[in-house]
Design a protein around this ligand. Structure first.
Ligand code: CO
Length: 285
């Protein structure tokens, strides 16, 4: 019998605003103490009111980490300084490795309707912070959807789903922190189990319904940090529940963040600011 992970901490999401005034809820990353190595930040955006999202995220830089956008509903256009363009549509994901630098914008392509999804920031190891920027753009139809005997329906974005004798790998490849990223729909009262590597950081985030772990509950819109065991084991509350599962190898390196720059030292942050102001920020090495 493998041991289920236990709930160590609940990180409550708080209302926040980013870009040109997009309303969102931030759980991980609202303060430096509320990171979960290598996860730096988790934002959930969800609104049917265009005033909350239509201004989007005009051009801004990133250096030293990865941004992962997962769209549940809606349509955004992504463009960067290298001329790359990508459409982020319902059910799709974009895994962007900012590396030494990307200047990009993410703008809504709708003026009404629901815009809902997540942006997650994942740190890069020191030796990869200055590598060239890269993308993995994944359309909804490239993400495996697995129906398990216990009732769960799982989208496998990264890593390997291993439940009920099933083994299905997601489309994201080649990430050093070996991330697991699942989107799970669990009918009321049913259980879901997924093994997770020893020592990997892990959390669950219900965006509809709630999750029970033993006598504890992770409510909608909060991140539940899970520790000390080989299996994530959760049961949906008394309504149908949708949640994301994230796990990855911690880096255990110093983190120095200045807005959209995440490096290992203050000197590297100062270098990033100099590179950005003199226009060499995102040029090839
Ligand atoms: Co960005």
């Amino acid at each position: 019998m493998s041991t289920p992970r236990t709930l160590r901490q609940i990180i409550r999401s708080v209302p926040a605003s980013d870009g040109a005034g997009v309303k969102l809820r931030r759980s991980l990353g609202q303060t430096p103490h509320l990171r979960l190595d290598p996860f730096l930040m988790l934002d959930e955006f969800s609104s049917e009111n265009p005033d909350d999202y239509v201004a989007g995220f005009p051009a801004h830089p990133h250096r030293g980490f990865e941004t992962v956008t997962y769209m549940l509903d809606g349509h955004m256009l992504h463009e960067d300084h290298l001329g790359n363009q990508g459409h982020l549509k319902s059910g799709g994901a974009q895994w962007m490795t900012a590396g030494r630098g990307i200047i990009h914008s993410e703008m809504p392509q709708q003026e009404s309707g629901r815009m809902r999804g997540f942006q997650l920031w994942i740190n890069l190891p020191a030796k990869e912070k200055m590598k060239p920027a890269g993308y993995q753009d994944i359309q909804a139809e490239q993400i495996p959807v697995v129906s398990l005997a216990g009732g769960a329906r799982v989208k496998v974005i990264a890593g390997v789903l291993e439940s009920d004798g099933t083994s299905v790998e997601g489309p994201i490849r080649g990430v050093t922190t070996a991330p697991l990223f699942l989107d799970v729909h669990l009918p009321a009262g049913t259980r879901f189990e997924q093994p997770v590597g020893a020592g990997h950081s892990a959390f669950v985030y219900p965006y509809e319904g709630s999750l029970n772990l033993g006598d504890k509950t992770v409510p909608r819109g909060d991140a539940g940090v899970l520790v000390d065991g080989e299996v994530i084991a959760v049961t949906a509350g008394d309504e149908d529940t949708r949640f994301i599962v994230l796990a990855a190898l911690p880096l255990r390196e110093p983190v120095v963040q200045y807005g959209p720059f995440v490096m290992n030292s203050r000197e590297e942050i100062e270098q990033a600011l100099r590179d950005y102001s003199d226009g060499t920020f995102a040029q090839a090495a």
